[in-house]
Design a protein around this ligand. Structure first.
Ligand code: 5GP
Length: 202
């Protein structure tokens, strides 16, 4: 059996990466990694579904025990990817999706070089601004800050394996699926097994 692929998606806030991930997960051949966080649940968020909500002490203990594949601090809260759950799924041949910010993505690539890092881009900064304005949750100053941060993040695109411009949602989702498919066809660490199969057959 072929090992699953670890797919990491990140991108500036407002690029629609969350929507892309939700669409991808509808197909059932991809498992979402549920992160651990110290931030408080928002209304409607369920422990063990959206996140594992833990105390700072519990988080620190998990880091200490090597229980996280990566972790990062964002706006004063800690977030991290539980290591065992991800590796077990990959071993079972399941593809696993991580939707995490960029520092975490880079850490994942370091500790798991086969991870596939995908960066989601807005069609333009103008469109990004419009999307953020449309949410109605941010003040003009916050939108300016987020736009500047987005630009700084876009400069880090070279840490990624692939980039996708999210103009039409269906196209962006289809692009991610194409990447996953191509990654399965790639000659790599799982190929010895394939060669062995032919050897055994002879
Ligand atoms: P939120 O608090 O809005 O759910 O998430 C804030 C940010 O944390 C988002 O950019 C999200 O991608 C990122 N994030 C969520 N889980 C993780 C994680 O496990 N590790 C890292 N590094 N970032 C995460």
């Amino acid at each position: 059996m072929q090992k699953g692929r670890l797919i990491v998606i990140s991108g500036p806030s407002g690029t629609g990466k969350g929507t892309i991930c939700r669409e991808l997960l509808k197909s059932k051949d991809l498992d979402l990694s549920i992160s651990m966080t110290t931030r408080a649940p928002r209304s409607g968020e369920i422990d063990g579904v959206h996140y594992y909500f833990v105390s700072r002490e519990e988080f620190a203990e998990t880091v200490e025990n090597g229980g996280l594949l990566e972790h990062a601090e964002i706006y004063g809260n800690f977030y991290g990817t539980p290591r065992a759950a991800v590796l077990e799924r990959l071993d079972k041949g399941r593809d696993v999706l991580l939707e995490i910010e960029m520092d975490g993505a880079v850490q994942v690539k370091k500790s798991y070089p086969d991870a596939v890092l995908i960066f989601i881009l807005p069609p333009s900064l103008e469109v990004l601004k419009k999307r953020l304005t449309g949410r109605g949750t941010e003040t003009p100053e916050q939108i300016e800050t987020r736009t500047s941060r987005a630009l700084a993040e876009i400069h880090r695109i070279y840490d990624y394996d692939y980039s996708i411009i999210n103009d039409r949602l269906e196209d962006a989702v289809s692009d991610v699926r194409t990447i996953i498919r191509a990654e399965h066809l790639k000659v790599g660490s799982g190929s010895e097994q394939l060669v062995r199969q032919y050897e055994e057959e002879k």
